[in-house]
Design a protein around this ligand. Structure first.
Ligand code: ZN
Length: 184
């Protein structure tokens, strides 16, 4: 993102998840940091109270589709329908992040009329099962610069890789002079 100061955007994909979301919220609250949650429609329907909790804490919620389809492997009609099914659950939202970052030019052409499509520049690789929490922390610290959009995950698969380092990483970034935004 374009920014004059050392602002960065922390984002959490997938979820909400009862095993992970309350914990993420507690860390963010303790660190007094706002983030953006790219949620899945099917998870919102299953866990509406968790979605409410994210909003109540002042974070931004955004569209990550209903069922996490891969845009490269899904025909345009089905893909757009899946995004609209999520959007019905957050009618005021203007942001979309494609699952896996995989989206075709023709899908983008339609979606950009309605949404700001948000990708990222700092991938934490928290989803990699053979990585370590320390590596995830290093990926974030080394690659973050003013305007960075950092991707972490709000799911059980990534939990073991963010649990030991999320608070520490936020503290380190603060120490380096970064501030956190959830406004787009
Ligand atoms: Zn995702």
């Amino acid at each position: 993102m374009e920014t004059q100061d050392k602002r960065i955007w922390l984002t959490f994909d997938d979820g909400p998840s009862p095993q992970v979301t309350p914990w993420i919220l507690s860390v963010l609250k303790k660190e007094n940091v706002k983030a953006t949650f790219f949620l899945l429609g099917q998870q919102i329907e299953e866990f509406p109270k968790l979605t409410d909790a994210i909003v109540k804490d002042g974070h931004t919620i955004a569209n990550h589709s209903y069922s996490h389809k891969n845009g490269w492997l899904t025909n345009k009609g089905k893909y757009l329908e899946d995004i609209e099914s999520c959007q019905e659950l957050m009618p005021n939202n203007k942001l979309f992040r494609p699952p896996y970052g995989k989206i075709t030019k023709s899908q983008i052409a339609v979606l950009k009329k309605k949404y700001k499509i948000i990708l990222w520049d700092v991938l934490s690789y928290d989803f990699q099962q053979n990585t370590s929490a320390e590596r995830v922390q290093e990926n974030i610290i080394k690659n973050t610069k003013a305007g960075s959009i950092i991707v972490l995950h709000n799911n059980t698969m990534s939990f073991k890789n963010i649990y030991p380092i999320l608070a520490k990483t936020i503290q380190q970034l603060k120490k380096e002079g970064y501030s956190f935004s959830a406004t787009w």
